[in-house]
Design a protein around this ligand. Structure first.
Ligand code: CMC
Length: 429
């Protein structure tokens, strides 16, 4: 694309700069559009709008590519681990051996939460959805750690970020324990990030719990795959909340609230429920017909993506991971895995899905693995939130440190009534 783009409004031509990224589509800078022309742009759902510059994550949806700071997700998920990925996302580079050691130490030694927070859980009903508890508990961090809420202080920003990466697994595990009515299990510093999380979730005081390394690796991989995904709905929510100067704990709580929706992070829960409802392979054709019938309002959950118009690279990794987990657990056959594979095969050869470029996304296989690890569906989005926290916090930091940062304030196309006179009740009929 040329260096400028021209737009004609009411017979007058206006020129706008075209910005070039490292890779990816060019971007027409229309920030002066309103000042110069008095017009806004209209783009519901932000399908053509870049809301920020970012150096963190790159997605090529047509090619099915996902890069964190330039590194392909496949390499990070296979050769790296989650805490290294956290360091990479937050600081921009892979850590040296010394940096890694210090980071792992810092995160590992901040996993406990203020004991007063433990009492907070008791206020919730046991049958509360774990995401409702997560939104509240993460928001409450700002009440307990106000010594790291000054967003103008870089060290406080770093402390708040480390605290969230370290404490989210503890809060998520306690949410699970409260949900199932078991005693809380405190963090253990001799375990890795994923091992410690599984231990806090599945250990009970009455017997030893030894973490299976294959399951810990699968958990770690799920965290890595969910760590960031550029400007999706929850990340944009975090950025928008943060743009007003809100403290980082409140911003991450806002991101968790947004993630909860079934079109976003709630899709993994919805995808597994769908597989359970279908139940057996012979029921798939009837289900596919229902999905294709626009009046049914049924979607194939775990399929389709706003950005990926190809196989989501994360889904491919998880499909392989599912087999490792099943082998480690000695599960020979899982009817849900059979349904998932057959559903995928049929959908990928059906013109409805081919024409609309609908492919499996990350949520299609993650639920099957999480279920095999022992998590109920109600916890799936919580695990997504835990993993995405580092992405949100890295994006928040990038925004705060950007000198051009201003409060986010979208405009609108007003289509309501024009000004009219107030009618007293006696005249309203
Ligand atoms: N099943 C059936 N039809 C679908 C699906 C689906 N899962 N997804 C999109 N379509 C159809 C849709 O009906 C529309 O058809 P038509 O052009 O005939 O009206 C067309 O494909 C385009 O759909 P859209 O709703 O305009 O696409 P979008 O970019 O706004 O939505 C999406 C993206 C992810 C919300 C959507 O694909 C969806 O609802 N998928 C199921 C939920 C899901 O798996 N979400 C997880 C996303 S990945 C994890 C994350 O980012 O949180």
């Amino acid at each position: 694309m040329a260096d400028t783009a021209k737009l004609e409004i009411a017979g007058k031509e206006h020129e706008f700069p075209v910005l070039k990224g490292t890779i990816g589509p060019d971007v027409v800078d229309i920030s002066k559009l309103y000042a110069e022309t008095g017009a806004f742009t209209f783009d519901p759902g932000f399908t053509s709008t870049a809301a920020c510059k970012s150096t963190i994550t790159y997605i090529d949806g047509d090619a099915g590519v996902l890069l964190y700071r330039g590194y392909p997700i496949e390499q990070l998920a296979t050769d790296g681990d989650f805490l290294e990925t956290c360091y990479l996302l937050y600081y921009g580079e892979l850590p040296s051996a010394t940096q890694r050691k210090k980071f792992v130490h810092d995160i590992t030694h901040h996993t406990m939460i203020h004991e007063q927070m433990v009492l907070f859980f008791r206020g919730f009903r046991r049958d509360a959805h774990p995401m409702a508890v997560m939104v509240a508990m993460v928001g409450a961090l700002s009440a307990f750690y106000h010594d790291s809420t000054d967003i103008g202080d870089p060290r406080q920003r770093e402390i708040a970020s480390h605290r969230m990466i370290a404490k989210l697994p503890t809060i998520a595990a306690m949410t699970y324990k409260y949900h199932v009515g078991q005693p809380f299990v405190y963090p253990r510093n001799n375990l890795s990030y994923a091992e410690n999380f599984l231990h806090m979730c599945f250990a009970v005081p009455c017997e030893d719990y030894v973490v299976n390394p294959v399951l810990a690796k699968a958990m770690d991989r799920i965290f890595t795959l969910h760590a960031d995904h550029e400007q999706n709905a929850s990340t944009s929510t975090v950025r928008l909340a943060g743009s007003s100067g809100a403290n980082p704990f409140a911003c991450i709580a806002a991101g968790i609230a947004c993630l909860w929706g079934p079109a976003h992070g709630g899709a993994n829960e919805a995808a597994l429920k769908m597989l359970e409802e279908i139940g057996t392979v012979d029921k798939i054709p009837a289900f596919i017909e229902k999905v294709k019938d626009k009046t049914s309002n049924v979607r194939l959950m775990g399929f389709g993506h706003r950005v990926y118009k190809n196989y989501d690279p994360r889904a491919k990794i998880l499909q392989a991971s599912a087999h490792e987990v099943f082998d480690a657990l000695g599960i020979k056959d899982d009817p849900l895995l059979d349904v998932a594979r057959e559903l995928e095969r049929i959908a990928l050869s059906d013109p409805y899905f081919i024409d609309r470029k609908l492919y499996p996304n990350v949520d299609f296989y993650s639920g099957i693995i999480l279920r095999a690890l022992g998590f109920p569906t109600s916890m799936f989005t919580v695990l997504f939130a835990l993993a995405r926290t580092v992405g949100w916090i890295s994006q928040w930091k990038e925004m705060i440190e950007d000198p051009s940062q201003r409060i986010g304030r979208p405009r609108q196309l007003y289509v309501g009534p024009a000004e009219r006179k107030y009618k007293p009740m006696s005249e309203r009929g």
